[in-house]
Design a protein. Structure first.
Ligand code: PAF
Length: 254
């Protein structure tokens, strides 16, 4: 049975004990509503570490839209079953009081990349992400932490934060897992209406088309998306679009 820990100090003590016994710890932070993308991170963590910890915590400080936070699915029982089947040993399920005993008095702010792309459209988002990830790292103290490339900007920022604060862990990036029609797996996909779901794969097709970003933007608008951005960054093209009330992000190698 997967071991469930809700208390931060109990989690820290348990994991410190495992580390002292010589077990390597792989960590997959999540907000739950686990899909194949998350489970691939758990599988990779299991292949590279002796113990795998999954955290499930819907972090309010990374939301600027209360509806988005309220609508985030929370199928805890199924999540625990999926995490266990994928090879997780410990589920850390803190609540707000555990994580934000300081009432968010202390936070991590990055002043460059976090202001662009997603950050330009979601105020305070990356302050919330980086703060909760740093807290989770402090509790779990993993040897390796696993993040999906779908959230490319998050991955870069977590990696940069780990380096900036000399954190003694490896941030491991894992490829985006896609549906057979190319749509990147996301907990938000379940909220797409059938007609929106049929349009959604066009997002990945257009991003992968190799056309100039201005043409991609027009193609997406013509297909029925509202476009927040499509931008080329070095080797990648990144985009964020909206279909009805659902916001999707994706990125591909340019
Ligand atoms: O990618 C996510 O699910 C979240 O941003 C994370 C890393 C679990 C922090 O809340």
């Amino acid at each position: 049975m997967i071991e469930i820990i809700r208390n931060a100090n109990a989690a820290r003590d348990r994991l410190r004990g495992l580390s002292r016994q010589g077990h390597s710890i792989g960590f997959v932070p999540t907000m739950g509503a686990l899909h194949e993308g998350h489970l691939s991170l758990v599988g990779r963590a299991g292949a590279e570490n002796e113990k795998v910890v999954v955290s499930i915590y819907v972090n309010p400080t990374q939301y600027d839209d209360p509806d988005d936070l309220a609508n985030y699915p929370r199928p805890l029982e199924q999540d625990l079953e999926k995490a266990e089947t994928a090879g997780a040993h410990i589920a850390f399920l803190p609540d707000y009081e555990e994580i934000y005993a300081d009432a968010y008095r202390f936070r991590v702010t990055e002043n460059q990349l976090s202001r662009e792309l997603e950050g330009a459209h979601r105020s305070g988002h990356f302050d919330g992400v980086l703060t909760v990830v740093l807290k989770l790292f402090g509790i779990v103290r993993p040897d390796r932490a696993y993040f999906g490339e779908k959230d490319w900007q998050q991955l870069q920022l977590v990696r940069d934060m780990a380096s900036a604060f000399f954190l003694d862990l490896e941030v491991v990036s894992c490829p985006t897992v896609r549906e057979s029609d190319g749509l990147a797996m996301s907990s938000r996909n379940a909220r797409l209406a059938p007609v929106e779901r049929s349009i959604a794969p066009e997002f990945h097709r257009v991003l992968s088309s190799g056309r100039p970003t201005s043409e991609m933007e027009s193609a997406l608008k013509n297909a029925g998306f509202k476009v927040d951005y499509v931008e080329r960054r070095g080797e990648r093209v990144l985009g964020a679009v909206r279909l009805g009330k659902v916001r999707l992000i994706d990125n591909v190698e340019a």
